[in-house]
Write a protein of this length. Structure first.
Length: 507
């Protein structure tokens, strides 16, 4: 670890002596690598997210500490796991303690103007920002309300992704230009229920999406996977998710729409309803239809997100801010696009454990840079502090990966594993509580509530995580090694609950 500290100190000195960069973090919700063309997706094109990667760097092994909305946001701001940030799940009775040390407060102490605009979802109101305008809880896609600095809650006309861009760009234009700024643009997209902008409704109607090879997974030898409630076939709601039989006159997310928006939605989804009538009595045809409808709605929602990212980039460039502004695009976690038959997130399996992360910083990050080392969202805060030339507090649990971006190949002994802990059982999707460790080759997971058992995967030969190898005599040595490493890692991160559970009754 000493050489990492030395490398970080050297780069910190460089940034401390240079002009402090502006920082814009576009932070979306449930947007997964599988749908981003920069990550090789064939499902859709994301030219503006790709533009950030092309003009800067793409991180190919980017993970989260907990694949859940609120805990992920808390980790971003605190640089700590949920057991230390105080937010382990999305439960409405567990509010985020805004009085604690956070990234925006540390940057503000360095002279930064700070703002968060869009989805917040930390239950308590923001603290330590010069300006904030946030969606209440999950917010709405059409005519959303925003809370304005705690003074009032106002309903705005328009589509939420467009409005968030409007508000963000307006704040940038009105800021004090003599100071650097830190702005988080919190996108609602692509969170359930997936409601595309009207202009994007038909964007993917001519595409027949291939079903993942493991869509009809039988979950053999994987108890938690079998017990979950997040399948496209059974869990996805006909009305809210698939928009069949909607009464647009009723209050709620559809009732918020304007007359023209309702007419456009009704015309479009009435056609989908006619398709549903043809397949509703054929179980296989029905689940295939649900999958296609899910993909079209999700990707159409993502299309509006990507378009607005392009708009933000264009405006930054037009304002002359490109050269000294760090722009990051990331999401609070990944998501399932039918893999294992699922939507949603939560599991430590790759599709939700991974999250996109692309960054540009002209003059410092070489265009077209690829980072393959494993980073995790506790690393975001120390990285941004280092870029800002600020001191990184010793209680942050992550490491700055600025050296990996600025001087690829200069860091020879980066971390060899990432650690994960998910808590929220049973509601809403009955995903068992679990924690685990992932190395370059293996993943070891300890499920502990409601039952105790283990899973082991060979990530080189079983990328889809279909074959649980735990208990296989051939893997006894690697299981012992990983169990020891898991305990050491949990101890290092002060996760005493996990440490106490390791070694207790298992399968």
């Amino acid at each position: 670890m000493k050489w990492i500290i030395v490398a970080c100190l050297c780069i910190t000195q460089v940034f401390a002596q240079s002009k402090r960069p502006n920082i814009v973090v576009i932070f979306s919700d449930d947007h997964t690598q599988q749908t981003i063309s920069a990550y090789g997706s064939k499902l859709m094109q994301t030219p503006n997210i790709d533009r950030i990667a092309r003009e800067g760097a793409i991180l190919k092994s980017s993970f989260v500490t907990n694949s859940l909305c609120a805990p992920s946001r808390a980790t971003f701001l605190t640089g700590k796991y949920g057991h230390l940030s105080g937010l382990r799940d999305n439960a409405g009775d567990r509010n985020f303690d805004g009085s604690q040390q956070q990234l925006q407060k540390l940057l503000k102490a360095q002279g930064y103007q700070t703002a968060w605009i869009g989805k917040w979802h930390l239950q308590s109101l923001p603290q330590g920002f010069d300006f904030w305008r946030i969606l209440p809880d999950q917010g709405n896609y059409f005519q959303p309300h925003f809370i304005n600095m705690g003074k009032d809650t106002t309903r705005y006309n328009g589509y939420v992704t467009n409005l968030i861009s409007d508000f963000s760009l307006d704040w940038i234009k009105k800021r004090d230009p003599s100071k650097p700024f830190f702005l988080v643009i919190g996108e609602k997209a692509t969170h359930r229920n997936w409601m595309p902008d009207v202009q994007d409704l038909e964007a993917f109607d001519d595409v027949e999406f291939p079903m993942p090879a493991n869509f009809f997974d039988n979950y053999a030898n994987r108890k938690a996977a079998m017990a979950q409630d997040m399948t496209v076939s059974k869990t996805m709601l006909l009305h809210d998710d698939l928009k069949i039989g909607v009464d647009y006159s009723r209050p709620g997310m559809f009732g918020r729409m304007s007359k023209d928006e309702k007419a456009a939605y009704k015309k479009y989804y009435d056609k989908a309803g006619a398709e549903y009538e043809k397949v509703k009595n054929d179980s296989i045809a029905l689940v295939k239809w649900k999958f296609q409808r899910y993909m079209r709605d999700y990707l159409a929602t993502a299309k509006g997100l990507d378009r607005n990212i392009g708009r933000i980039l264009d405006e930054l460039d037009a304002m002359g801010l490109k050269e000294n502004t760090i722009v990051i695009y990331t999401s609070d976690q990944g998501f399932y696009m039918g893999e294992h038959g699922w939507f949603d997130k939560r599991f430590m399996y790759e599709e939700s454990f991974s999250t996109p992360f692309v960054i540009r910083y002209p003059g410092h990050i070489k265009p077209g840079t690829t980072v393959n080392e494993m980073i995790i969202n506790i690393d975001y805060a120390p990285t941004l502090l280092q870029f800002a030339g600020a001191k990184i507090p010793s209680d942050l649990q992550g490491n700055s990966f600025a050296p990996l971006l600025v001087k690829p190949g200069s860091v020879k002994n980066w971390r060899d594993a990432v650690y994960y802990h998910y808590y929220e059982y049973p509601q809403p999707h009955r995903v068992a509580a679990h924690f685990g460790i992932r190395t370059a080759k293996y993943k070891l997971i300890r499920f502990y509530h409601p039952e105790a058992y283990w899973e082991l995967y060979d990530m080189e030969n079983d990328k889809s995580e279909m074959n649980n190898l735990y208990g296989d005599p051939k893997y006894a040595a690697i299981t012992e090694k990983l169990t020891k490493q898991l305990k050491e890692t949990a101890t290092h991160f002060k996760d005493q609950e996990a440490v106490a559970l390791i070694g207790k009754s298992s399968q």
